[in-house]
Design a protein around this ligand. Structure first.
Ligand SMILES: Cc1cc2nc3c(=O)[nH]c(=O)nc-3n(C[C@H](O)[C@H](O)[C@H](O)COP(=O)(O)OP(=O)(O)OC[C@H]3O[C@@H](n4cnc5c(N)ncnc54)[C@H](O)[C@@H]3O)c2cc1C
Length: 402
């Protein structure tokens, strides 16, 4: 049986483990976190990724955990409402598309795999040495094990990518913006509501889903690459507080709450672009290989579809892993490119450049319900996302082994 080590137990890692297991291969997942993190932020599942979820018989469970967001309200610096939008349109969703908390999705995927797959938590790979028989893996704990193949499903700052392909700066393309998100008390008593306060070059939001008594604060800002220590959270909080120091609405309160936030996250909005997603016996999947950035809204869907296609390619190619990795790339490349393209145009609407642009956007929001061409305008938002999300038709791979 082919033994495959997967680094990362989130969306891509657990989905890959599920399908490898289904095809009779033997995955092991190593996850750096001591346990699966709950909550996180809202993510979308659309198009071909819904097919993958359906084939895993998780569609009803995923839908049961849907955030059920209702409305997005835009406010000015004084907190006055200046426009509204349905939550569906705000998230670029339509039809069957689902929004779910990332932690909930990760839990569902873990529950679907934990009984058949070995998970090793609180551990990380420190070295990979390829031999003709396989890959010798050394872990942080000092343990060593042989695997036939290794897959990096360890996210934007992938460890396996760094060990195999080198410095991440070669592959991470900064899209000119940063994102920060963290949990705050739901002091506005939001119920399935998004609040957005746009300012020139900077947007602040707050939302709460039906499962949560807490809320999330979301900060977006334009900036060239910044230099800071990615492990120094206190330094990053200070940076964010400085950038948003003079912003109105509830921003001072959100920045106050940031001090106690247990899950503070700040990162550049960057895309992973690589010419190849495998080298020898090592391959990458999900954000590690082709993270399209949070601005695309399609990272989760790419991770789900990529894991399905990679597992299917490995099952079909038997012991010829090179053929499997080549098939995976062939199958996925166009789909990835189409979805990566969404990020730049989405960003233009997420962080507006000037006060005049913000006034115009708010005016359009107020007028839209009364405009004769409103359906066409809505189409213009959702159509490119729908096209990208369905730019692959997933195959049936080998029949599952009973
Ligand atoms: C703020 C924000 C908002 C987002 N919004 C959306 C959205 O609206 N829609 C959408 O589709 N996507 C969104 N995304 C992107 C989405 O979260 C990712 O594209 C998706 O989670 C990718 O899944 P993944 O499994 O490839 O990587 P990840 O979910 O990042 O998982 C990587 C896993 O690897 C683990 N790991 C990391 N390093 C190691 C190591 N050294 N050893 C072992 N394990 C390791 C991590 O702990 C984690 O469990 C957003 C992302 C962010 C940050």
């Amino acid at each position: 049986m082919t033994n495959i080590l997967i680094s990362g137990g989130s969306v891509a890692g657990a989905t890959l483990a599920y399908w490898l297991r289904t095809y009779g291969l033997n995955p092991t997942v190593v996850e750096r976190a001591p346990s699966l993190r709950e909550g996180g932020y809202k993510i979308d599942i659309r198009g071909a990724a819904l097919d993958v979820i359906d084939r895993m018989e998780l569609k009803d469970e995923v839908r049961r955990h849907s955030t059920d967001m209702q409305i997005a309200r835009f406010v000015d610096a004084k907190g006055k409402q200046v426009g509204t939008m349905s939550a569906q349109l705000f998230g670029g969703r339509e039809g069957d598309d689902v929004e779910i908390m990332r932690g909930d999705l990760a839990q569902l995927l873990y529950a679907a795999t934990k009984d058949d797959v070995e998970y090793i938590f609180d551990e990380s790979i420190t070295a990979l040495r390829e031999t003709p028989e396989g890959v010798q893996v050394t872990f942080e704990s000092g343990h060593q094990r042989m695997f036939d193949l290794v897959v990096g499903a360890d996210g934007l700052h992938s460890n396996v990518r760094a060990l195999t392909f080198g410095e991440e700066s070669q592959f991470l393309h900064h899209l000119g913006h940063y994102i920060s998100i963290f949990t705050v008390p739901n002091h506005l008593h939001l119920d399935r509501t998004e609040m957005m306060h746009p300012a020139a070059g900077r947007s602040v939001g707050m939302y709460s889903t039906r499962q949560s008594t807490d809320a999330k604060a979301l900060f977006l800002f334009s900036s060239p690459p910044l230099t800071y220590d990615r492990r120094d959270v206190a330094q990053q909080k200070k940076l964010l507080a400085e950038i948003f120091a003079d912003q109105g609405w509830d921003v001072p309160r959100l920045l106050d709450a940031m001090g106690n936030a247990p899950d503070f996250y700040l990162d550049s909005i960057s895309q992973v672009r690589m010419d190849q997603w495998s080298s020898g016996r090592v391959a990458l999947v999900g954000d590690a290989a082709y993270g399209p950035s949070p601005a695309s809204g399609q990272g989760t869907s790419l991770a789900l579809v990529g894991a399905y296609v990679l597992a299917g390619s490995l099952a079909t190619a038997g012991s010829d892993h090179a053929a499997a990795f080549a098939a995976y790339e062939r199958e996925m490349r166009h789909f990835v490119e189409e979805n990566q393209k969404l990020a730049a145009s989405n960003l233009k609407g997420m962080v507006l450049k000037s006060a005049a642009q913000i006034r115009f956007q708010m005016l359009m929001l107020r007028l839209m319900p009364h405009l004769p061409g409103k359906n066409r305008m809505i189409e213009r938002v959702t159509e490119p996302i729908r096209k990208a999300a369905t730019a692959i038709k997933i195959k049936d791979y080998r029949a599952p082994i009973a």
